[in-house]
Design a binder for this molecule. Structure first.
Ligand SMILES: Cc1cc2nc3c(=O)[nH]c(=O)nc-3n(C[C@H](O)[C@H](O)[C@H](O)COP(=O)(O)OP(=O)(O)OC[C@H]3O[C@@H](n4cnc5c(N)ncnc54)[C@H](O)[C@@H]3O)c2cc1C
Length: 291
């Protein structure tokens, strides 16, 4: 099927892009890497009359650390994130997610903003962003608002972003000394596949006695949106890290999800794999927290 015809807009600033989204409302769609939007337009799922390209907005492409806060422009590509030294030093689980996404061709086009905005339950970047406690900045002609990423996802393909808003920035505190995070995805094929399950874990250790003082676990492909595994987090808090503790957290995480059965995997298989993914990502997190 051919892509339906549309007007192509190329704003050079966020203000100009927001002006176009305000003017055209539901008839406009932002275009970042196009790896999701163009597929949906070709399939006839979406047919916006105005496509607002973000490619020329240089300020959206930044990856920077300000104080202890990482600030990532929505237009940073997944390849940028996978190769960035700043991401490697401050948010390695996000780097792992970026390197696990698609193929080199897709990673060179796909952006972090597009990965979040498309709100796919199995997307590779949200779990690590959720465990780092990320916030997203939504911009419009009415100004900016900052929303916790955990509130942003409303359902498959659904977010709380209005049609006149643009996701402009993702920000979170860098994992400092004594903290670490890990990310794993599992698919039927090694690359170019929708995840059967993916997940990330973050822990921060109390410097006095080495017990776990912060724990955040997030899972994808096990519910309509990426979810936090609060039962598993409770198992960890206040405890000393150990193989047995991580196995118990993995088992507890099974109750935090409600996976479906589809041709990629059964619900029971997904729940079994949740336990494995949680245990292994906690092991990676601990290695970073106790170098
Ligand atoms: C072959 C193939 C393999 C893939 N493999 C993976 C994979 O392994 N893992 C994975 O997670 N995904 C995968 N994807 C899905 C897709 O590549 C990613 O979700 C990608 O990150 C989307 O980013 P994009 O910049 O291309 O978004 P686009 O396609 O440009 O946009 C996606 C949606 O978000 C909106 N949007 C984009 N940017 C903004 C913004 N700044 N503000 C508001 N709305 C915005 C668009 O209007 C559109 O609705 C794959 C896709 C293909 C075609």
């Amino acid at each position: 099927m051919l892509i339906p015809t549309f007007e192509y807009e190329e704003p050079k600033s966020v203000a100009e892009a927001c002006g176009l989204l305000a003017e055209f409302g539901q008839e406009a769609r932002p275009l970042a890497g196009g790896t999701d939007l163009m597929v949906n337009m070709k399939k006839g799922i979406l047919s916006p009359k105005h496509v607002v390209s973000l490619a020329r907005i240089e300020t959206l492409k930044k990856v920077e650390v300000r104080g202890s806060t990482l600030k990532i422009g929505a237009g940073a590509t997944v390849a940028d994130l996978g190769m960035s030294q700043q991401i490697k030093d401050n948010a390695p689980a996000l780097g792992s997610g970026a390197r696990a996404l698609g193929s080199p061709l897709i990673r060179n086009l796909a952006t972090i903003g597009g990965n979040i905005s498309s709100a796919r339950p199995a997307a590779d970047l949200p779990p690590s962003l959720l465990v780092y406690g990320a916030r997203v900045v939504l911009s419009s002609t009415q100004g900016d608002r900052t929303v916790a990423l955990k509130e942003f996802f409303q359902g498959p393909g659904q977010t709380l972003m209005r049609p006149d808003e643009l996701l402009t920035e993702i920000e979170f505190e860098a994992a400092g000394p004594g903290a670490g995070a890990g990310y794993i995805n599992l698919g039927i094929r090694k690359v170019q596949d929708i995840n059967v399950i993916n997940g990330a874990s973050f822990i921060a250790l109390d410097p006095k006695d080495g017990s776990i003082e912060k724990a955040r676990i997030a899972l994808g492909a096990v519910a309509p949106t990426p979810v936090r595994a609060h039962n598993a987090e409770k198992v960890l808090l206040g405890e000393k890290p150990s193989a047995d503790l991580f196995a118990r957290a993995g088992q507890a995480a099974r109750d935090d999800c409600s996976p479906i059965t589809d041709f990629r995997g059964g619900a029971a298989y997904r729940q079994d794999m949740v336990a494995v993914v949680v245990r292994r990502t906690l092991e990676t997190a601990l290695k970073q927290a106790q170098p």
